[in-house]
Design a protein around this ligand. Structure first.
Ligand code: SAM
Length: 258
């Protein structure tokens, strides 16, 4: 807790708003995307999906593959509570939908489906793109898959299995325009997935890391990602780290309040 308070205070001191951004590429990202209003149609559909999960009080047996939960002590967990704790917030879902609408990636990989809340945001805002999402826990994935069928997210493919196997397979087969890292909030896993994913991108691909200040390890992973030679622009919004590889840009790191 102390770490998060301290890192938030540091973020507030360091961060700038759009007026402090001199890169046209990042200025456009902030003003035309991150600060833009999302279409209400998109948002309604996402909120319907979320409501359905919040109403579901049945329990499932969760197989925990990640960094563990800060909230649950048992693996038998109510679906509504998983949705509240592991799922993307409304604010972040809106930002994610804006980001997708702005860059329109056609081939998307999500590492960490859970109940499919962020997948729903991706699928709704990118109806013509192909979205692959990876989840290890079978019972959690089944709930998500049933809702994807019900909401007719036909552009979404859910793959069940440990990222150790499923991620490498997807990266071997495809090149991705966008990868969303929301799976395992440990330093080692984050850096492993990041490095592996570099083999399946192109100059305009971009990555999004969720919860870069979730714990000290995640902050360390974020600092290493920023330093990586293939990374040029990074944008730290506190909740997210956005990474670009565009060779035409000088290496530069931005800390932005949104
Ligand atoms: C934070 S949740 C994803 C939340 C989701 N993106 C959302 O916003 O709605 C992370 C998910 O990754 C899965 N996960 C973590 N480590 C994994 C691994 N090594 N293999 C497969 N799944 C894993 C967990 O089971 C969990 O459901």
């Amino acid at each position: 807790m102390f770490f998060r308070i301290k890192s938030f205070i540091c973020f507030v001191i360091k961060s700038k708003n759009k007026h402090g951004v001199h890169s046209p590429f990042v200025f456009d990202l902030v003003t035309k995307c991150l600060h833009k209003k999302i279409s209400t149609n998109y948002n309604h559909l996402f909120l319907d999906y979320k409501k359905e999960l919040f109403k579901n009080t049945s329990t499932i047996n969760v197989t925990d593959y990640g960094a563990g939960s800060k909230v649950f002590s048992s693996n038998k967990r109510p679906i509504s509570k998983i949705a509240k704790n592991a799922g993307i917030s409304n604010k972040r879902a809106k930002l994610l939908m804006n980001l997708m609408q702005y860059y329109k990636p056609t081939s998307v990989l999500e590492i960490g489906t859970s109940l499919g809340l962020s997948t729903a945001a991706l699928s709704i805002s990118l109806p013509n793109s192909s979205i692959t999402t990876l989840e290890g826990c079978k019972e959690t994935a089944n709930i998500a898959q049933n809702l994807f069928n019900k909401y007719q997210f036909k552009n979404t493919k859910l793959i069940i299995g440990n990222f150790k196997e499923t991620l490498a397979k997807q990266l071997n087969k495809n090149t991705f325009d966008f990868i969303f890292f929301d799976g395992n909030h440990t330093k080692k896993a984050t850096l492993d997935y990041f490095k592996q994913s570099l083999s399946s991108i192109h100059n305009d691909s971009f990555f999004l890391f969720d919860d870069i200040y979730w714990n000290y390890e995640m902050k360390q992973a974020w600092e290493e990602i920023k330093k990586h030679p293939s990374v040029t622009i990074t944008v730290d919004t506190y909740q997210w780290g956005i990474v670009f590889f565009r060779k035409e840009q000088q290496k530069e790191h931005f800390t932005i309040r949104i």
